[in-house]
Design a protein around this ligand. Structure first.
Ligand SMILES: Nc1ncnc2c1ncn2[C@@H]1O[C@H](COP(=O)(O)OP(=O)(O)OP(=O)(O)O)[C@@H](O)[C@H]1O
Ligand SMILES: [Mg+2]
Length: 223
């Protein structure tokens, strides 16, 4: 079976005028389709850097990145952004919903970028809101929703394009533990019943314990 994601000898160096920082050092790492895994490690260990590379938000400095067997290491930013929109669903600690838009409009955004017809976009987005238990709140704005509800809307938005992989950076970091558990239940459900591939970055041992595999980063290396 071939991997969905394969990082081969990947490094990331951040350069400024006066210094360089080796944020990732020779990372070799695969993700299989249908896996649910946690990435843990101390602050500054390179978790978000690795997620940004996996999610086509940033390039690696050296090494190769194969996505579905295609080498994407040398694609341009424009090419990467096209794959990113089609293949990756992001969930962030701070939700990043647009405040002036309703839950439904937020979920519709990725479809809007894909120039999906409006009636189909509404239909698909309502179906995603239903999946995360938020259809009742479709016409609420983010400030009319609790943190957990906002995160569920963000997960619906991440799912609406039917991505190959969901990348979640501290998705429960801004939530109390009960609400965080509910969000984790949703991820577990999506993994188990829809075979979704999910990567969760977390500081929380309880969260990582729920994942099939735990990868630990230390000083830019997998340990
Ligand atoms: N754009 C940048 N320019 C320079 N250095 C950076 C940049 N982004 C990250 N770094 C450095 O790279 C290292 C890894 O950062 P990263 O954000 O990946 O850590 P992290 O494991 O996600 O930490 P946290 O748990 O705090 O989110 C840190 O030392 C950070 O200061
Ligand atoms: Mg981080």
């Amino acid at each position: 079976m071939s991997s969905l994601v394969s990082l081969q000898h990947v490094t990331k160096v951040y350069r400024t005028d006066h210094s360089e920082y080796h944020a990732l050092k020779d990372i070799n790492f695969d993700i299989q389709r249908g896996e649910m895994l946690a990435i843990i490690g101390a602050s500054g260990s390179g978790k978000s850097t690795m997620m940004n590379i996996i999610g086509f938000l940033d390039h690696c400095t050296t090494g190769n990145y194969l996505f579905s067997n295609m080498n994407v290491s040398h694609l341009s930013d424009t090419e990467l952004s096209i794959i990113r929109n089609q293949k990756i669903g992001f969930v962030f600690q701070a939700f990043f919903l647009l405040p002036r838009m309703t839950a439904l409009q937020n979920v519709m955004l990725p479809l809007y970028y894909r120039e999906e017809a409006k009636d189909i976009a509404i239909q698909k987005s309502m179906a995603m809101l239903e999946k995360v238990g938020m259809q009742r709140f479709a016409h609420h704005k983010p400030n009319q929703l609790s943190g957990g509800q906002q995160q569920r809307v963000a997960i619906a938005r991440a799912l609406v394009n039917d991505p190959d992989i969901i990348l979640a950076d501290e998705p429960t970091g801004a939530l109390d533990s009960k609400t965080g558990d509910e969000v984790m239940d949703l991820f577990l459900h999506l993994n188990k019943h829809e075979n979704r591939t999910i990567v969760i970055i977390t500081h929380d041992k309880e969260i990582s314990r729920l994942c099939q595999r735990v990868v630990t980063l230390r000083d830019g290396m997998i340990v």
